[in-house]
Design a protein around this ligand. Structure first.
Ligand SMILES: Cc1ncc(COP(=O)(O)O)c(C=O)c1O
Length: 213
């Protein structure tokens, strides 16, 4: 019998999509439903975005590009970083992908061997644990309850890194699902802890970095 790779037995359907599908079905059946599952913007990209896409199509060369992504895209991202004060990076430090979920999965494959530990604050975006399961890594959840404003404290991070020596620390700011945002000073204090553990990779999922409201 044809068998999938063992890791596929650990792949679960997304809990968020399951809630979204259920909400959609209940709505279709006439129930009055407000779905808090998937975050969907209530606006479309600006006309200039569609125009840039049309212009790019009209200039398409039909050739392969770089695996890292188009130079113009890498340069635009470098400029975005420079505008934030993050200097000293070049195209060699960048790689683009087809979405944060896929990139996080690729990173997990690249950084985590089976049995390694990945630590992340909870509440967290459900995919983090799902990806850890697929690559057979151990998820170490760092509880950040409402009583601490859903934020990880430097002391908590220090204790977790010292006790568990995770291979990866995964950070998400602003946070999905809580909407919590760390201050610059709070990030600096966490960074001061992280530099003490050079064996721990840091992934920062900044997908909502300018969506502050
Ligand atoms: C914290 C976080 N990271 C990553 C993603 C995935 O992003 P993408 O749609 O680019 O795969 C999401 C999407 O909900 C998210 O909330």
């Amino acid at each position: 019998m044809l068998q999938l790779a063992g890791r596929m037995s650990r792949a679960k359907p997304s809990a968020i999509m399951a809630v979204a599908d259920k909400a959609k079905k209940l709505k279709a059946s006439g129930r009055d439903i407000i779905s808090f599952s998937i975050g969907v913007p209530n606006f479309l990209p600006g006309e200039h975005v569609y125009q840039a896409a049309r212009d790019a199509l009209s200039r398409d060369s039909g050739q392969y590009g770089s695996n890292r992504g188009a130079d113009a895209l890498l340069d635009a991202f470098l400029k975005h970083m420079q505008d934030l004060g993050l200097t000293g990076y070049t195209r060699a430090n960048l790689s683009t992908g087809i979405g944060a979920k896929h990139i996080l999965y690729n990173l997990a494959e690249a950084l985590l061997d089976e049995g390694d530990t990945i630590a992340f604050p909870t509440p967290y975006w459900t995919t983090y644990a799902d990806i850890a399961d697929i690559v057979n890594a151990r998820s170490l959840e760092l509880p950040c309850p409402a009583s601490q404003d859903y934020k990880l404290t430097p002391a908590q991070l220090d204790a977790a890194l010292a006790a568990h020596k995770p291979k990866v620390f995964l950070f998400n700011n602003p946070s999905n699902p809580t909407g919590m945002v760390y201050t610059k000073e709070e990030i600096s204090a966490l960074a001061d802890v992280l530099v003490k553990y050079p064996e721990t990779w840091i992934i920062t999922d900044d997908i909502y970095n300018r969506m502050l409201f």
